[in-house]
Design a protein around this ligand. Structure first.
Ligand code: FAD
Length: 456
């Protein structure tokens, strides 16, 4: 009998345990199902839909080169899979396991109707594998990372099969273009294609081009002006490469790639947190934050819009928000700065920021996004203290962000390294550049007072 191969955030053919298992059992029917209802507010955002369009196209091409093809369906995953099984006389579904709450619900529903076989491979280790000596999950990243390291390296990635058996007749497939995943007018994703090549080949190219830089990662990763990080996040999110593949390619490079490998473990850590607390994206992990007097979004609307548009009057914040809008990605150091600015300087609930990131990031990932936003807010299980308020104007020269600001904030491009970071040091503020929404000291005092109030 044919078997169904259900693709989700694992859009690759190499090191694909579900595909490997399906291959031995009969003709394979690869399917991707788009369900915009089940994830509710976490329905795939606009930037991700751009990515998904090209990634599915690339996956279909790779399948066709091996005698197969990708079937596209839209709707409830369990219903669509059941329907597909009926049409093709198949019973069994192979898939990689995923840990977002809506995927877990879907897996449960599919498992009630069909023979669903779940496989590992989306993370270095499945959640729950590393535990304290008392059998608990780790709450804090560093001990989690150390315990994970004891199990590394991950098993060697398996190669891409050269042929995939197809059924005698293909079932109906939607057309990708009809899904309208790409923006129409205005085409805000115009520049995305300069930076990104979604799909397995693009992901592997990215790994190869990072090989030369991985040894310097420890030094370069904090500098937004340098290309010091891998930019693998959207490829990892969509599963176009496996983390095991990245681990094995990078761990052999000269220099010291350990810091980079530890970042890959952050991904496992974040997924473990959402596995343990599925509502991590919408609920404070520390309940004291439920009392936080965030500003009402109606009152703070002007500030929120200025933040989204990169017009806060803080050059490093504005550079980051404009990079995000233009490219669908932002440097990690700057993500921390802009998130802290929204939460503490503007006193806006972290959930509004997380939702904006969800819509605009090509790498928007429920685990990584939620855990990092709560980390910055101080409301997460492993978190920064709220009272440690990051000063954007100090962070900017510290991490040598002058070139980065010149690139993303053209109104300031004529300013030199010494003055560019802080508008107070400009002779005249360029008229096209907005004044600061709020002064640092005033913002700091307001945030600390709000925090005190929340603690009663
Ligand atoms: P590299 O530095 O090259 O790291 C390699 C890989 O390790 C990344 O691709 C990513 O998969 C993983 N990684 C690195 N840092 C982290 C981290 N702090 N947490 C979890 N995984 C990490 N990352 C996302 O993938 N999706 C998100 O939606 C997301 N939202 C974030 C929101 C905020 C407020 C912050 C502060 C960080 C967020 N991150 C998110 C984490 C991090 O910023 C990105 O993973 C990183 O910038 C991606 O660039 P890179 O691939 O060049 O990273």
């Amino acid at each position: 009998d044919p078997v169904i191969l259900w693709f989700r955030q694992d859009l690759r053919l190499s090191d694909q345990a579900a595909l490997a298992a399906a291959l031995g059992e009969g003709p394979v029917i690869p399917v991707y199902i788009l369900d915009d209802d089940a994830p509710r507010q976490w329905k795939m955002g606009a930037a991700q839909r751009w990515w998904l369009h090209y990634s599915l196209k690339s996956l279909d091409k790779n399948l066709r080169e091996r005698g197969s093809r990708l079937i596209l369906r839209r709707g409830d995953c369990a219903e669509e899979l059941q329907q597909l099984a009926r049409e093709t006389c198949s019973q069994r579904v192979h898939a990689l396991a995923h840990y977002e709450p809506w995927w877990r619900n879907a897996e449960k529903a599919v498992g009630q109707r069909l023979d669903l076989q779940l496989h590992d491979g989306g993370l270095l280790l499945p959640p729950g594998c590393v535990r304290t000596s008392g059998g608990d999950l780790y709450q804090i990243y560093t001990p989690f990372m150390r315990a994970t390291m004891l199990h590394m390296p991950p098993s060697k990635p398996s190669p891409t099969p050269s042929r995939i058996d197809s059924p005698s007749r293909w079932p109906h497939s939607d057309s990708l273009d009809e899904w309208d995943l790409l923006p129409s007018r205005p085409n805000w994703a115009e520049a995305f294609a300069n930076d990104w090549m979604p799909g397995e080949a693009g992901a592997r190219d990215r790994v190869s081009s990072f090989l030369d830089e991985a040894g310097d990662y420890d030094l370069a990763r904090n500098l937004p002006s340098a290309e010091g990080t891998s930019r693998l996040s959207p490829h990892l999110h969509f599963g176009e490469v496996s983390p095991a593949y990245v681990w094995h390619r990078i761990s052999g490079v000269p220099g010291d790639p350990t810091t980079f490998l530890k970042e890959l473990i952050w991904r496992d850590y974040a997924h473990t947190q959402i596995w343990a607390l599925p509502a991590y994206g919408s609920k404070n992990a520390r309940s004291v934050f439920d009392q936080m007097p965030w500003r009402d979004l109606r009152e703070a609307k002007g500030d929120f819009i200025a933040w989204k548009k990169g017009r806060t009057g803080y050059p490093i914040v504005d550079a980051g928000m404009r990079q995000l809008w233009t490219t669908g990605w932002m440097h990690n150091r700057v993500r921390m700065i802009v998130a802290s600015f929204l939460i503490k300087h503007l006193l806006i609930d972290w959930r509004h920021g997380a939702q904006w990131f969800w819509d605009t990031l090509v790498d928007a990932d429920y685990a990584n996004n939620s855990v990092n936003w709560q980390w910055v807010a101080g409301s997460g299980v492993d978190a920064n203290m709220f009272s440690r308020i990051m000063a954007p104007l100090t962070q900017s020269p510290k991490f040598e962000a002058a070139d980065y600001i010149r690139q993303w904030v053209p109104e300031l491009a004529h300013l030199d390294d010494k003055v560019i970071h802080d508008p107070d040091s400009y002779d005249v503020r360029p008229s096209a550049y907005p004044p600061k929404r709020i002064g640092h000291r005033e913002a700091r005092e307001r945030a600390l007072a709000a925090y005190q109030q929340s603690r009663g």
